[in-house]
Design a binder for this molecule. Sequence first.
Ligand SMILES: [Ca+2]
Ligand SMILES: [Ca+2]
Ligand SMILES: [Ca+2]
Length: 211
Amino acid sequence: MMKNTIKSVIIAGSMFAASANANLITNSSFESDEGLTGSQWGLYDTIDGWYTSSGSKIEIQRNTVTNAQDGNQYVELDSHHADSNSSMSQDLFGLTVGQTYQLDFWYKARTNQPNDNGINVSWGPSPDISPFTYAFNVDGVAPMDWKLVTGFLTATAEDMTLTFSAVGRENTLGGFIDNVSLKAASVPEPASIALLGLGLLGLASRRRKQA
Ligand SMILES: [Ca+2]
Ligand SMILES: [Ca+2]
Ligand SMILES: [Ca+2]
């Protein structure tokens, strides 16, 4: 009987996680086919899901300076040519106003210079992306491993725009980004909390029996 209770809690928990936490980002790992092969890189006004919202272009690298954190491709937003410090944006539609979303992405600095590899994250009602509404910044210096960066963003409108921008020294070398995810932050529903409570009670009483 107690075993059954615990089992049902686990099933309820995993169902909730699967339905509530879908990644809302299109082309989240920058693996869309841009015709790159081997260790090539390229510059793009738009890629699937993303568009250049300021500066030069979106630079995709395919296992060039480093291996991608996920798949083969990643982005560098201190891209190339003049105005190399660029921004890329993705519009998100039909969000829940007031809902907090968890943003996760992987970051890696390219150079060993401070103030050279910064990435700003901004977030605001779509399509009013200028000026960008600052959310938070990540910065680092090489050598470093890919680092998971997490932030929490609240939707102030149903349609929001997520933007990543290169900041700092503009020299075509900057921070790398890969594997972006935006998911509704998990807030357990009352039913799940009740089940969780039952489960904890069950575990507690089982522990007492063993002691
Ligand atoms: Ca990737
Ligand atoms: Ca570059
Ligand atoms: Ca730079």
